[in-house]
Design a protein around this ligand. Sequence first.
Ligand code: ATR
Length: 292
Amino acid sequence: MTNPIPLGVLGYPAGHILSPVLHNKAAEVLGLNYHYLAYEVHPDFLEEAVRGAQAMGFRGLTITIPHKVAVAKLMDELSEDARLMGAVNTIVFEEDGNLVGHNTDGIGWLRFLEETTGEHPRGKKCLVLGAGGAARAIAVKIAQCGAAHLDIRNRTYDKALELAQFVEKSVPSSKVNGGGLDDLYSVADGCEIIVNTTSLGMWGDAERMATTPIPENAIPEDCICSDAVYIPPDTEFLKAARRAGSQIVRGTGWLVYQAAAAWKMWTGVDMPTDIVMEVLNQSLELRLGGES
Ligand code: ATR
């Protein structure tokens, strides 16, 4: 058998990254000769790492925290999503030597939302909690989808305001408000989609894991609640949303579907998302059980 075609993810730090589990499972199930590894790359060496991967015959790379914005400058071409989001999470090394930067964070989220709920942000009142990198991708995607209104709320008020302006500039037809976390009851009133992109609810710190980004009684009934946090898969926010009568969209699905979109670009083949989701859940159980 010939050597596998290399794929990988660049991040800093990289010890916690789960995407090798997803892509290597897809390769195994499909009988494709790819191998995917995580590489810890200091920001000072990002360009060397990308050029090195190209020189070594990589088909593609996933780019994660903190490199998503910086890597965009190294690309020969950007997809529309990567351009509008100002960030790249997937590189395709084309055969002609071109480096093409994509961003699958928004489309992965949207596809999983549609598959889980049958709904779409078009015409809906939406609320994004948080204003970091994940918020940027989701907020741009919601705006592109033609939401009736988008609110971005964040602990640091100025970051929410900046992101709201960024989204309105990227998607000129959109209407976006930015603000703090103080009046979430009125902001969430009548919302049809709420997305948490803050780290609240995430495993690793007991107090953080027990916290929801929005009070339970501020979550409207019949709303769709989506979480970017995937460890644990059932966060306090999603548990509260379920009790409030909302539909829930887990972060695990988002993680798998953004990976599936990248996988398809590299290999031309659909990722078997059901099997990959199973292996992700097993890995998360091990992590939660083993260290909590
Ligand atoms: P990512 O790229 O994954 O979105 P990030 O850029 O570090 O990560 O963003 C983390 C988000 O979680 C931010 O919106 C952060 O709020 P600040 O901009 O005020 O830092 C939010 N966040 C983190 N801890 C929080 C907390 N204890 N309460 C409220 N929001 C919090």
